[in-house]
Design a protein around this ligand. Sequence first.
Ligand code: C5P
Length: 226
Amino acid sequence: ADIPVICIDGPTASGKGTLAAAVAQRLGYHVLDSGALYRVVGLAAERAGLPTDEAALAAPALAQRLGALAERLPVRFADGRIWLAGDDVTDAVRSEAAGMAASRVSAVPAVRAGLLALQRGFRRLPGLVADGRDMGTVVFPDAPLKVFLTASAATRARRRYEQLISRGETASIDGLLADLEARDARDRSRAAAPLKPAEDALALDNSEQTIEQSVDTVLTWWQRSR
Ligand code: C5P
């Protein structure tokens, strides 16, 4: 537990992934994109022919199977790509549909428990920057720096829109806004590890900030926390 870890939690499309990657690069640390793990579980479920709609997820037998699947998830991160059992699923997990499926399976306690050891395994020297919803509250409660990153819903929808368009996908701002509000509402209201700031988290609203400004803020907090 002496291995340093910085947690960056916050709602959908608040810029956590970009900030985490930039901070990790400046410090030479590892990164954990925990959302990608939930996305891969959603995809793995689909490939195994398991349903992930909310009605089906209420069945304890399915929840248990998904938990087992999460616990032995054959996922690998290498060179900026994500692999599921040897298949490059980087693009597949980034889709809006995969994000919605991730949000549904992530409410299943057995899935969250199944991913715990895998996530903690990313904490290796010289250090880790972890982003998600419950990094500071559940996965790394002893982290010396926890950031709760927010941005207005309009800003987040616009960023997500630009991201998808730059990847050649089609999207509508209104549709994305509705999606991210639905996802946030589910993430905040679920019983298992709901999205909320850790008691000792520092809040950062980056609606009006450049990525460089946010990185500098986090690095300053990091220096102070040590
Ligand atoms: O961050 P990202 O959008 O990739 O996460 C996808 C979904 O996975 C989120 O909407 C959330 O429901 C879930 N998630 C979670 N806990 C985390 C990271 C993501 O429940 N630590």
